[in-house]
Design a binder for this molecule. Sequence first.
Ligand code: ZN
Ligand code: ZN
Ligand code: FE
Length: 765
Amino acid sequence: MNVRRRIEVSGIVQGVGFRPYVYRLAGEHSLAGHILNTPAGVTIELQGPAASVDEFLKRLPAEAPPLAHITGILVQEIPNSREDGFEILSSERDESVRTLISPDVAVCDDCLRELFDPSDRRYLYPFINCTNCGPRFTIVRSIPYDRALTSMAGFRMCADCQAEYDDPRNRRFHAQPNACWKCGPRVELWNRDGKTIPAHDSMASTVALLDGGKIVAIKGLGGFHLAADATNQSAVELLRTRKLRVEKPFAVMVPDVAAAEAFCEVDAAARRALEGPQRPIVLLHRKPRCLIAEQVAPHNRELGLFLPYTPLHHLLFAKGNFRALVMTSANRSEEPIAIDNREAVERLHDLADFLLVHNRDILWRCDDSVVRPAASKIRQLRRSRGYVPVPMFLHEDLPPILAVGGELKNTICLAKGRHAFMSQHIGDLENLESYGFFQDVIEHFERILEIGPRVIAHDLHPDYLSTKWALAQKGVCLVGVQHHHAHIASCMAENHLEGRLIGFSLDGTGYGTDGQIWGGEVLLADYIGFERTAHFDYVPMPGGAKAIQEPWRMAVAYLAHHWGREFLSLPIPFVRQLDKREVGTILQMLARKVNSPMTSSCGRLFDAVAALVGLRTHVNYEGQAAIELEAAIGGSTDATPYPIELRAEGNTWIFDTLQLFERLFEDLRRQVPVGTISRRFHNGLVEAFVQLAVMLRDQHALERVCMSGGTFQNVFLAENLCSRLETLGFKVFTQAEVPPGDGGLSLGQIMVAAHTHYVEHRSEK
Ligand code: ZN
Ligand code: ZN
Ligand code: FE
């Protein structure tokens, strides 16, 4: 007995090989019917024995193509009709289909096999791809996703490619970037002045240069990389000098997991992260006697490794002798990554010896993503290439809203319905070029997603360029969202939470509602609002932004805060080594309250401790002191937490660090190893937050805790705090798909704006 069913599939199901897949699946079960693209996804009609249709439905989501992302399947019985075989219908609507664009994806196994098959017509072709892999987001100018609106528009397919493109049974059916040696993009090797170096095989020449210790700028998927042999000390040192990037770690590409295992500890979670189609940079513990040059990631126990993701990357490793390449974003510190060939020559002239370019334009820059594998999840630190523009799926419907994020590590977010689309990593907006990029991304996202926001959410900091941009927009409703509230709302949104809960919002810097610099905040929060129930005691930041770059200033600020000038007689090395004149200036600044904004920042407390124990007086990149303090943890003999006192000030609890510093000095006097001090400090923070959580649970009957903010990139703190709380019966929520740092702010801003705006509207009526 035959049945006929209509199946509506929604999500990312177009331009990802879904129709050929369904065609094949229907064939395997000898089902009749058809498939059709619709504005919401695809509609399938199937006719055949009920058992076969059921089997088809079971396999449909389970075996879907790697790039497909199914968000819903709706099945309906309909009357039988006369239809033989299975067809892919191209409706007129097909032309104007509006659908989610897929992210860029690493070259698939089928294409890789062809790449290295001498009998294949694409043998060694650096731009081989199919519907299951290749560039997407970075080559799309506009929607619908169609070759004419991508940077492949200028390449006319040859007869062979066209035949593949038109054949529904082919892996390259409607693969928009389809290309081959005959008709597609090509690579060229340029010297640093942009002159073509005639070469019979540019790839082989490039590999020879890298083997010889040269620095080559290589055009990739979302931008240029600067490449150098990662095991060649002098090449890496040269790159560091040229890039003016004093100690910030470089990412390293290795050919495969086996190579990764030679340099770093790779467990099952790490392997999954490395091999995933998104190919993020994965932070891993380096092995002792690791052969990667020290200058790749100085003073860092982790290395950021990733596997090749374009055919071109695979060709480099196939031909070269090197087993690891530094592949760092091609830019000067904090400028956006270079994407255009001519722009690259201009900007990378002093950085690279040569450039390996090609003529497929990158339309949208997209930095490499960075993740850290954890036991159960992959935790995002920078969500960008490979993930964007896959939306975050929300638990409720939202009106069209734009959120413009923060200032550092900026991302923007556009939401509509149950989708929140977070942008790629935009960078630090204080940089003029990044600010231009920020504006372009907003415009592009609004266009390709067809979302016209009527509400714009922004940070409260009046000097953030994102805030200023938002305030200059006309005809929209503006919602200012407090920085640490946004962090917690971001965590709530990712975990689909509603209602009031305890929020631990710890980071370096965020503008508070009292105009001070917050950063060690405990909030009782829901999406609509928050109560600041506890925070670290305010201390001054002598020199403002300068205190962020120079942790020793924060150490002096804490000492002066607790002991006044008397700290100068403390018998510890840090004090003895201070420059008397500099300290004098700082103490005057503090006494006169000049250029010394008050802060409750958790990041600055880490800075102060790192400076006091002699780890770091000056930092070269954001968060460096905290990272090194965590990396120093050791000496498990004494793990007693340093005491942090909770003191009531009105309705607010203050974390008082006096006793913490007293114990720390005792340890310094007794010459306790830094590893032990760091452990006791970290444990002190854990205990203080646990104690507070227990109190808040008793007071407010809240047992859910959200943890967010850049400080939670600290694995030791995050994991220990989480497990202590869970042992005590708390439900703890953290961020994984969205970065806990400022890259995740935009999502939280969206949620707060959606809720406060809705409430305001109701009260107007
Ligand atoms: Zn492929
Ligand atoms: Zn071709
Ligand atoms: Fe923050």
